[in-house]
Design a protein around this ligand. Structure first.
Ligand code: MN3
Length: 239
């Protein structure tokens, strides 16, 4: 009896999380603009600004290596890991939503490609300041104030031991903060805390070490000067 109860509960929660994944997926804006780009072979997107455009907050050499070497390698290795499998017609969003069933190379490189594709757009030259409109209201509603929100997201970045990301996510219209190790992200079916990524900060050492060395807190403080709030607001609204 006990065993049967356990099995049916497990089956139910499996079905429930599948449903949750589908709902999550349908609310996510794709990172690619066209259908042709949305399946493998995935390609390295161009940076939306020159590599020196985020100086002095993020230095030129870091941007060159981060985009031209690290992100490029994630793309190459993701294509290698997907080629010849049944996943070669799936979008990156679908791949990440089912990543627990795939080899770890897909989790690492698919996450790497997806996270960085978003990350470049979450920054812009002469960015920073504060959000406006619905996003600003939601931040005040869910965190108390913009200052408290910044403290919490920076704190998530500081407390991530080793490599990973700090995230602002949307869960059923509500905002929350979480962090993930390595190149995981909150859209992955294996994430502890799931949601739609609205803003993410890369806290891998490769994102800041050339300029800030071990001073992750200084990098996080500088990040706020380059945030592209228009892009964050667009992802928040889902449009
Ligand atoms: Mn990175």
């Amino acid at each position: 009896m006990k065993r049967r109860t356990f099995i049916s509960t497990a089956a139910l929660s499996g079905a429930y999380s599948l449903l949750q994944n589908d709902r999550l997926l349908s609310s996510i804006k794709p990172i690619t603009q066209s259908q042709e780009q949305s399946t493998m072979p995935f390609t390295l997107p161009n940076l939306p600004y020159p590599t020196d455009a985020l100086e002095p907050s993020i230095d030129k050499m870091t941007m060159e290596i981060h985009h031209g070497k690290h992100h490029a390698a994630y793309v190459t290795n993701l294509n290698k890991a997907i080629e010849g499998t049944e996943w070669d017609k799936k979008s990156i969003e679908q791949i990440l939503a089912g990543v627990s069933k795939l080899p770890v190379a897909v989790r690492n490189n698919g996450g790497g490609h997806y996270n960085h594709s978003l990350f470049w757009n979450w920054m812009k030259p002469k960015g920073g300041g504060s959000p406006t409109g619905d996003l600003a209201s939601a931040i005040t509603r869910d965190f108390g104030s913009f200052e408290k929100f910044k403290e919490q997201l920076s704190g998530a970045g500081m407390n991530r031991f080793g490599s990973g990301w700090a995230w602002l996510i949307k869960q059923d219209g509500k905002l929350a903060i979480t962090s993930t190790p390595n190149q995981d992200n909150p859209m992955m079916d294996l994430a502890d805390v799931k949601g739609v990524p609205i803003l993410g900060i890369d806290v891998w050492e490769h994102a800041y070490y050339l300029k800030y060395q071990n001073r992750r807190a200084e990098y996080l403080a500088a990040f706020w000067n380059v945030v592209n709030w228009d892009e964050v607001a667009k992802r928040f609204s889902g449009k």
